[in-house]
Design a protein around this ligand. Structure first.
Ligand code: BES
Ligand code: MN
Ligand code: ZN
Length: 494
């Protein structure tokens, strides 16, 4: 897709479709007013006649309007003018772009960055439009015989704005990098467990290192993990016939002595629960249990695209969690790389078992910050649903930085308390720590478990169990939180 900014008057732009907004209460946006004047009142007439009321995400397509150069005009409802929020802006832009994607238009002019959304500057709005273009453009087709490729693909998008503004060009670049990163994460998430194996994720990291400057991939194999003493990670992997991988992808955009920011992504390519096996319903969705890993790779690709001046290390522990004669059993005790022993009371609490060793490993990079991203607990879905990711950590400044990035990127988070009081739930009679904390506060006790391995780190944890994929008719990976992670990293180089 080709993106650009144009300052040309919308009625004069040569394009397949010009997109403008209509507010509720029969009010036209500035660009819609220009088209209205050029068409001698056609738009205001239609609005008065009730053809479009302006309710959020309503659409009305007009063809061959006299006085307007574009082949079509798409009117999009923007709701009440004084009630626009960032999430509504996203809804409006996604609706418009989805419409264009399904239509005969191969090019479009978007006049939506002019909507006034409190808390959203032009930069954010332009970036959001580019992200939405990539988002609606993505279709999963890899394992389908019929590729439903559109007969009129949308290839050229112009955004109405000030082309001389440096911020606008930067917004285009960032939106493009984030949009591509999100789609990479979605593709990896959507691929089935028999294709998207730990080996496949490792190949993906090697591919990124090959495609972009200042990027290096190192894949640690089973024997390397044994040497490092990653008994916890390996205990999960040993129930599977797929080779485990510890994927390390390093981006060096700054001086090599600059402390890196580390992202650790949970890469369970299928989670059956192991011997503590899960119920059958919707178990297929456990192919999405590597969405943390996918989001980390998506954010790394965005680093490759944008080449910011900072250092980032991605660490992805990846394996399957399956029942087997050699699998972890409830009551087994394993020794982590940190030396702490863990009683595996439930083999389905495997995410923390692979993450703890990856977090210990991250210490060797002397990181400025460490964020782990994981589809860690069903309890997080119960507590927060599908809108925010759960956020916990041991450093208030880091938590605030993540909240700020979440706000800027409209990729929301909600903090849960990591109080010392919860730690006692992890007491084991036979090991240093148990891998589950009982029925209460499952998301928090999971984070408490991780906190035992991050004492020397400035660390935060994102539980993305509720946000990483959609279920039901629109089942599929969302690519979250690539936008948040990319924003967090970009914020670090100012
Ligand atoms: N991958 C799951 C978490 C999950 C479950 C995410 C459902 C999204 C939807 C994780 O490995 C898991 O099984 N967690 C257990 C922990 C429990 C045994 C303490 C859970 O949430 O049930
Ligand atoms: Mn599990
Ligand atoms: Zn899992």
């Amino acid at each position: 897709m080709d993106f650009s900014i144009t300052g040309q008057n919308p009625e004069q732009v040569v394009t397949d479709c010009v997109v403008v907004g209509v507010y509720e209460g029969q009010e036209l946006t500035p660009s819609a007013q220009l088209l209205d004047t050029a068409s001698r009142g056609l738009l205001s007439g239609l609005v008065k006649a009730g053809d479009i009321e302006g309710k959020t995400a309503q659409t009305l397509l007009l063809h061959q309007v006299e006085g307007v150069t574009a082949k079509r005009i798409l009117l999009v409802g923007c709701g009440k003018k004084d009630k626009l929020t960032p999430s509504q802006f996203r809804k409006i832009s996604t609706t418009a772009l989805k419409f264009l994607d399904d239509s005969a238009s191969e090019s479009a002019l978007l006049c939506l960055a002019e909507l006034e959304v409190p808390g959203m500057g032009t930069h954010r709005k332009i970036r959001q439009l580019v992200e939405a273009s990539h988002f609606t453009n993505y279709r999963f087709a890899t394992t389908k015989s019929e590729k439903d490729t559109p007969s009129h693909p949308l290839g050229k998008i112009e955004i109405h704005g000030d082309p001389a503004a440096g911020a606008a060009q930067q917004a285009l670049q960032q939106g493009n990098a984030i949009g591509l990163g999100v789609n990479l994460a979605r593709e990896l998430g959507n691929l089935p467990g028999n294709i998207c194996t730990p080996t496949h994720l490792a190949k993906q990291a090697v591919q990124i290192a090959h495609d972009y400057k200042h990027m290096k991939a190192t894949i640690l194999e089973q024997k390397d993990l044994e040497k490092l003493g990653m008994g916890s990670f390996l205990s999960v992997a040993k129930g599977s016939r797929e080779a485990p991988k510890l994927i390390v992808l390093e981006y060096q955009g700054a001086d090599k002595n600059t402390q890196p920011h580390v992202l650790v992504g949970k890469g369970i390519t299928f989670d059956s629960g192991g011997i503590s096996i899960k119920p059958g319903a919707a178990m297929d969705e456990m192919k999405f249990d590597m969405c943390g890993a996918a989001s980390v790779l998506g954010a790394m690709q965005a680093m490759g695209e944008l080449q910011p001046k900072l250092n980032v290390v991605a660490i992805v522990p990846s394996c399957e969690n399956l029942p087997d004669g050699n699998a972890n059993k409830p009551g087994d005790i394993v020794t982590s790389m940190s030396g702490q022993t863990i009683e595996v009371l439930n083999t389905d609490a495997e995410g923390r078992l692979i993450l703890c060793d990856a977090l210990t490993y991250s210490e060797k990079f002397n990181p400025a910050s460490v964020i782990d991203i994981a589809t860690l607990t069903g309890a997080c879905v119960v507590a927060l649903g599908k809108h925010p990711a759960g956020l916990l950590g041991n450093n208030d400044a880091l938590i605030e930085d993540i909240k700020a990035a979440a706000n800027t990127s409209s990729d929301r988070v909600w903090q849960l308390p990591l109080w010392e009081d919860y730690q006692e739930q992890l007491k084991s009679n036979f090991a240093d720590i148990a891998n589950i904390g009982g029925p209460g506060a499952g998301t928090i006790t999971a984070a408490c478990f991780l906190s035992r391995f991050t004492k020397n780190l400035k660390w935060a944890h994102l539980d993305i169990a509720g946000v990483a994929w959609e279920s039901g008719a629109s089942k599929g990976a969302t690519g979250r939180p690539v936008a948040l992670l990319t924003q967090y990293l970009l914020d670090r180089c100012q």
